[in-house]
Design a protein around this ligand. Structure first.
Ligand SMILES: Cc1cc2nc3c(=O)[nH]c(=O)nc-3n(C[C@H](O)[C@H](O)[C@H](O)COP(=O)(O)O)c2cc1C
Length: 186
């Protein structure tokens, strides 16, 4: 074997420089890097055994269009996670940039008033019975199809039984701040 080939084989067997094979990156480095990713800001809501439950979430993604499916990652310690697993339904409402105060209410840290106060917003009822935020940018009403435990979070995967879009500019979140979406082609 030529020395060049031997060197290439050797390099292929080693992890890339600076990578310790299989060992997770430090939490702070992970969180700092992930904060750069711009996301939408959503209210995940369901009907709990003793009334409506809602939580601000940004870890939301489209999964499939045929059939229509979405996912949301919710902390295992969250009351909303248990409520969704019990109810078997949830609705994701996308906030607009005029609903930023609601993001903090349902993150449990309102600038004023009580955390998780449903009277701070107007709601309607989705097909599944889950609460839909009125005047949101869009909503996805879901039947829970499966859930996956992953680290500190539970991935809730839902089949979308009704969806709609509305007026208003979606609220974004990046670098730990709320933001507006500004198109670049204007
Ligand atoms: C913009 C934003 C996005 C969030 N995204 C998520 C999320 O995707 N999943 C989640 O479980 N919690 C998310 N949270 C946190 C919850 O809304 C809530 O603050 C947290 O569960 C309450 O934690 P505590 O019980 O420690 O106060 C987010 C909060 C904010 C403000």
């Amino acid at each position: 074997m030529s020395p060049v080939l031997a060197l290439r084989e050797c390099a292929a067997a080693l992890p890339p420089q600076g990578v310790s094979a299989g060992r997770p990156v430090a939490r702070d480095a992970f969180v700092a890097a992930m904060a750069r990713a711009a996301t939408g800001v959503w209210i995940l809501a369901t009907e709990g055994p003793v009334g409506p439950v809602a939580l601000t979430v940004s870890a939301v993604s489209s999964v499939s269009a045929d059939p229509p499916m979405v996912l949301a990652c919710v902390n295992r310690r969250s009351h909303a996670r248990d409520a969704v697993l019990t109810a078997g339904v949830f609705c994701l409402s996308l906030l607009t940039d005029e609903q930023v105060a609601l993001a903090d209410v349902f993150a449990g840290r309102p600038a004023e008033g009580e955390p998780f106060d449903f009277t701070r917003a107007e709601w309607t009822t989705a097909v599944t019975g889950a609460p839909v935020l009125a005047h949101g940018a869009a909503h996805f009403d879901c039947v829970l199809s499966s859930s996956v435990e992953a680290g500190t979070h539970t991935i809730l995967i839902g089949t979308v039984v009704s969806a709609a879009r509305a007026e208003g500019s979606p609220l974004a979140h990046a670098d730990r701040r709320y933001a507006r979406v500004v198109p670049l082609d204007q």
